[in-house]
Design a binder for this molecule. Structure first.
Ligand code: ADP
Ligand code: GLC
Length: 478
């Protein structure tokens, strides 16, 4: 079966978040299972600068715009990756979505309409290529329009649209809609219109044969307010076509036994080596070598979604428990500044690195005892999965994919051996602090802690099972 998988980012070529982790691993797993897969990405300047010169595949024209398709292999894999070359991608340095001040690129509608048009042209056989997919799998708002555009053709492929997050809907005004010269009938509540704006994500939600979300919990949450963010009516109408499939993790990239970023790789059999990673991390971040207290890690975008409003009021109470904190992330300046200020007042106990740093992300996962992820909403979340694998017990809020993947530690779950982390329910800083108190207390009970760590590390979140569920859907759309 031929599959075209389209995304706006894929690890390791270009990554801003979990979407890249998924697009950089799922298509390769599907290829290994025998599918004929092409991954289609924009040829961002950053991508072209980081790879060997790609091969030329074809010139194409969509809606009067000339484009080129180039081919490379996704590094570390055999996956054929097509790069869509146009100056709006290849002559734009930095982040795929916004400038250095965090302002969206002003031509984002044009850029991702172009990606979508090219994907639809390839998928409907009008791009002049000798390869045409049977299934088109699109991801998030950047590619939603592609799904809608395939409906203009009689040569329509089967389509799957995955929602990684509803928080970004690709909303543009009427003027932009007109400028893009999209079919007039798309300006309708039953198509792309959303409260007098044009929503690219609706292209996927309205027109895809199947909609998937990245966890079963999130699939349920988006059928209702507030999780549906105003789209719950549409999504619940399509409930029969909505499937939640949990993300997997890439075992080549996130494996504590082979992780090249770690000074001291470890496995369940050599879990004691984790302490050496902790000592190394503390030293490199300037934290006191305090062996009598747990180390809490946080890696992620510093935005409201990730629960910063819950964390900030209780940060100092965390330090008094006592725990130490190692935080890595970038995001909203107000959060960055507050975190930095608290760290500056407690340099022995708290370190904040405001950067995007792949190596440090791995080293925090390996070194920390507890991983903090109290999200307000979380479609899947990958960091808690990485944490489980690294024997770093996640402390999460019971929402979306976090609720689906972490089992709270209590008398019963310890007794039946299912406990893997710490879960609290309401979005309330007091509840978060109480959960942290429980976690810190259990840490002193070395035997129970070790048991929960080993259970966490044994969880299987590899892609195999989830990839099979996607395969079933691709076949079902037939
Ligand atoms: P989201 O996609 O909502 O940001 P996920 O948990 O699904 O959340 O995925 C986040 C991914 O991005 C993880 O692979 C995480 O390690 C990575 N990441 C986030 N922030 C940073 C950072 N500052 N440095 C390195 N990696 C980061
Ligand atoms: C989004 C979500 C995150 C999910 C990721 C990959 O960024 O916020 O929860 O893990 O996509 O699907």
């Amino acid at each position: 079966m031929r599959l075209l998988f389209v995304a706006s980012e894929a690890y390791p070529l270009i990554k801003t978040g979990g979407l890249a982790d998924v697009a950089g691993s799922l298509p390769e797993v599907l290829r290994q299972q025998g599918m004929d897969v092409r991954l289609l990405l924009p040829a961002y300047q950053h991508v072209l600068e980081s790879i060997e010169p790609p091969e030329f595949v074809a010139d194409m024209e969509v809606d009067g715009t000339a484009l080129r398709i180039l081919a490379t292999r996704l590094p570390g894999t055999e996956l054929i990756t097509w790069l869509l070359e146009h100056p709006v991608f290849s002559q734009r340095p930095g982040n795929p979505y916004h400038d250095h001040l965090g302002q969206p690129w002003p031509d984002n509608a044009d850029r991702f309409a172009l990606l979508s048009r090219a994907a639809a042209a390839i998928a409907t056989g009008t791009a002049g290529l000798d390869w045409r997919p049977e299934v088109l799998h699109c991801n998030d708002w950047h590619t939603g329009l592609a799904v809608a555009l395939t409906h203009l053709s009689e040569q329509r492929p089967r389509t799957v649209f995955t929602v990684h997050s509803l928080a970004h809907m690709g909303l543009f005004d009427r003027e932009t809609f007109d400028r893009l010269r999209l079919p007039a009938h798309f300006w309708s509540d039953s198509a792309l219109e959303f409260y007098n704006q044009c929503s690219f994500i609706k292209g996927g939600l309205v027109y895809a044969d199947y909609i998937t979300t990245v966890s079963p919990g999130y699939a349920r949450e988006i059928c209702e307010a507030p999780g549906g963010m105003g789209l719950e009516g549409l999504i619940s109408q399509r409930r029969e076509r909505l499937v939640g499939i949990l993300n997997g993790i890439d075992n080549r990239v996130w494996n504590p036994a082979t992780d090249p970023y770690l000074e001291h790789p470890f496995s369940p059999e050599t879990l004691d080596a984790k302490a050496r990673n902790k000592a190394a991390l503390r030293a490199s971040l300037g934290l006191a070598p305090a062996e009598d207290r747990p180390l809490v890690g946080l890696v992620g975008r510093l935005v409201e979604q990730k629960g910063l409003e819950l964390i900030l009021p209780v940060l100092e109470s965390f330090l008094e428990l006592p725990v130490q904190l190692a935080i890595l992330g970038t995001g909203e300046p107000r959060y960055e500044q507050r975190l930095q200020a608290v760290a500056a007042a407690h340099p022995d106990a708290m370190a904040v690195v405001l950067a995007y740093d792949e190596s440090l992300a791995h080293r925090i996962e390996a070194a920390a005892d507890i991983f903090l992820m109290p999200s307000l909403f979380e479609p899947c979340g990958l960091n808690q999965l990485y944490s489980l694998r690294y024997g770093t017990l996640p402390l999460v809020r019971a929402v979306g994919g976090l609720a689906d993947t972490v089992v709270d530690t209590n008398a019963q779950s310890v007794a039946d051996g299912s406990a893997t982390g710490f879960v609290f329910r309401r979005p309330d800083a007091g509840e978060l602090l109480a959960a942290m108190q429980r976690a810190a207390a259990l840490w002193y009970d070395k035997q129970s802690w070790r048991q929960v760590q080993l259970t966490a590390m044994r969880q299987d979140f590899s892609w195999q099972q989830s990839a099979n569920r996607y395969l079933q859907l691709y076949n079902d759309t037939a």
